[in-house]
Design a protein around this ligand. Structure first.
Ligand code: GP9
Ligand code: MN
Length: 618
């Protein structure tokens, strides 16, 4: 009987194994990654492996000396990347992204504190590299050079690819929209691993740099003409009506207009809003224009008056651009600008994008006391969020812009029983039933906030703007909704469901419901005019909602639109008033215009064209 011979282990396998285990240890010791179940732990454990196998596997094609050099060099480089993330994380509590590396202000912050960030024990992060050097020098028996046949090499890469698919499959089972809509670095690193995350980041960076490099600003002249031909003069009675007031901008997560003034079992879903709109300007035909970037897209629309992109989140892909955003403009007018959101600051890349948009301060998760009792679903409950935020507001010099992002009314609309303020709709569609409860809760939270402003003496000097960020109930729930609305959800009704509330409250002013077609893109010029700031030279696709010359035309991000007379959706043109389908010819001039508008906005973002804009609005 022949003896079973132990196969020699290749230096490649040793390097892969060491890097793999090291990466996992680093995950567990140097990053703060939240793991909720064993599957997530397994994903975390395997996620560095496919990348390491593929990169180090290239060494299989080399002869001994070259292979050794390749393995050593790649082990070293990968270790440097991992270690750089560790140091970066110590400072920023976040993973490195390429745009961040190129943002000099970030890097100088980091540079000045590098001494404090480094420890002698950090050398341990390179233990495996030292082991590889020893193996190369000492040539132990278990790690002798071996040649691999073509078939073995192919099998190796097939196995690595299979592992990558297994990893992604498992991750998608935990986070179903992982690769389509989440741009949360923590979720990415947790699921596809730190190395694959960097590859993805590099891909995004290369693509946007190429588009930016090709642009030279000549495209801007046409866009400039287009935008300025559409400029509407401000309403002379309202221009400056809120001059120097503190602005409270509140994003109501997933609140759609159809709940306003509606009841579930005879109980109002939004009792506070229903009263509040009576003493506010209330826009009942205001549409969200968001796409994959969800909440972040709504913030982008409101702050920049540009359209978000049709895929990906512009917050993530174009945070290095120059914008002339509302916070920045307000800052130039003496305002302090702050954003409040009790979530990870890197979620939707907000930390980076907020500084590009001109926010001075960002009160994110560490600024809040969050525990089991005061949180639900996605985190801190809205009432607690507002209560704690008020304390921070007191630190901010006036006049200020304070933006708040609520969270409780987020899919899947979880709520503790003690916070359920109305009877259940009990349709059997638990998402819809829960939605009414969480909307009711968020309504209560906004009420608490406005009351707090009054208690703290902040109310009189304020302008309060409430808006819904995007739909909360997707089309999967249309049959339940048709029961609630008492009508079939046709494509036209589905468009109506894209309406979200916009409420502009100026203490002391009378209320009025304004039923003109509007969108999130119009908020910036509207607000700036109320604050007495001219937008004539600005670069806004939206227009002042109070302007007397404004034409009604709102384009949604998928190219559908609503004009005074027509609604166009899913390649079909409808008459607004009759609800009847009409020939495409009626809609065709608007179809072209909608397309042009979206294309112009896209080229501003992709080419980073505002960097060429000479009359930056100040
Ligand atoms: C999370 C909150 C919700 O930070 O903004 O994001 P969404 O999923 O609605 O985009
Ligand atoms: Mn949202």
């Amino acid at each position: 009987m022949s003896k079973i011979k132990m196969p020699a282990i290749s230096i490649i396998s040793i390097a892969v194994f060491l890097l793999w285990i090291k990466t996992y240890i680093v995950y567990k010791t140097s990053f703060d990654i939240q793991i909720d179940n064993w599957k997530q732990e397994l994903i975390l454990f395997i996620n560095p492996l496919s990348f390491l196998l593929i990169v180090l596997g290239i060494g299989l094609f080399f002869k001994e000396r070259t292979r050794n050099i390749y393995v050593l060099a790649s082990s070293f480089l990968i270790s440097v990347v991992l270690f750089a993330n560790v140091v970066f994380y110590r400072f920023y509590n976040d993973y490195i992204t390429l745009p961040v590396l190129f943002q000099t202000s970030n890097m100088s912050d980091l540079g000045s504190s590098v001494n404090e960030l480094l420890r002698f024990s950090d050398l341990l992060y390179f233990t495996d590299v030292v082991l590889i050097v020893l193996i190369i020098l000492l040539k132990p028996k278990f790690a002798l050079y071996k040649k691999y046949t073509k078939i073995k090499r192919a099998a190796f890469f097939i196995a690595a690819a299979a592992l990558a698919f297994f990893n992604i499959g498992l991750a998608e089972s935990q986070w179903s929209d992982l690769l389509t809509r989440t741009f949360d670095r923590e979720v990415l690193v947790k699921n596809i691993g730190t190395y694959n995350y960097h590859v993805y980041d590099l891909f995004l960076q290369t693509k946007s740099s190429a588009q930016r490099a090709m642009a030279d600003g000549s495209e801007l002249a046409d866009i400039d003409n287009y935008i300025h031909a559409g400029y509407d003069l401000p309403n002379e009675h309202l221009f400056g009506a809120a001059k120097n007031k503190n602005v409270y901008l509140i994003a109501m997560e997933s609140v759609q207009s159809f709940v306003v003034n509606q009841k579930v079992k005879d109980q109002e879903i939004t009792p506070f809003l229903n009263d509040f709109i009576k003493e506010s300007y209330y826009f009942d035909q205001f549409y969200h224009q968001t796409a994959q970037g969800k909440s972040s897209d709504s913030e982008f629309l409101i702050d920049t008056s540009l359209y978000p992109l049709d895929r990906g989140a512009v917050f993530f892909t174009h945070s290095g651009n120059q914008y002339e955003a509302m916070p920045e403009i307000l800052r130039d007018h003496g305002y302090t600008t702050a954003a409040f959101h009790a979530n990870n600051k890197s979620f939707w890349n907000r930390d980076i994008m907020y500084s590009a948009l001109g926010y001075d301060r960002f009160y994110s998760l560490p600024s809040y006391e969050v525990n089991q009792d005061n949180s639900v679903g996605w985190g801190l409950k809205d009432i607690e969020f507002f209560e704690q935020s008020i304390e921070h507001i007191k630190e901010i010099p006036s006049p200020f812009l304070a933006k708040f992002i609520t969270l409780t009314n987020h899919f899947p609309f979880e709520l503790k029983e003690s916070d359920q303020l109305i009877e259940s709709y009990a349709s059997g569609d638990s998402i819809v039933d829960n939605y009414f409860q969480t909307v009711r809760y968020t309504d209560e939270a906004v009420k608490t906030f406005v009351q707090k402003l009054k208690d703290e003496g902040l109310y009189e000097d304020s302008i309060i703007v409430l808006y819904g960020d995007h739909y909360g109930l997707s089309e999967h729930h249309n049959s339940t909704l048709s029961g609630f609305l008492g009508k079939e959800v046709t494509p036209l009704v589905n468009m109506e469901l894209q309406r979200v509330p916009l409420v502009i409250h100026i203490p002391g002013q009378e209320g009025k419901t304004i039923s003109s077609v509007a969108g999130q893109i119009d908020v910036k010029p509207t607000l700036l005019h109320l604050l007495g700031i001219n937008t004539k030279n600005g670069f806004n696709f939206g227009s002042d909602l109070f302007s007397e010359t404004r034409s009604q035309f709102t384009v949604l991000r998928d190219g559908s639109f609503i004009s005074e007379k027509y609604v166009y959706t899913r390649n079909t043109c409808y008459d607004q008033t009759t609800g009847e389908q009409v020939g495409e010819i009626e809609c065709s001039p608007f179809i072209e215009e909608a397309k042009r508008e979206l294309e112009y906005s896209d080229s501003i973002i992709n080419g980073d064209l505002l960097r060429f804009y000479p009359n930056k609005q100040k």
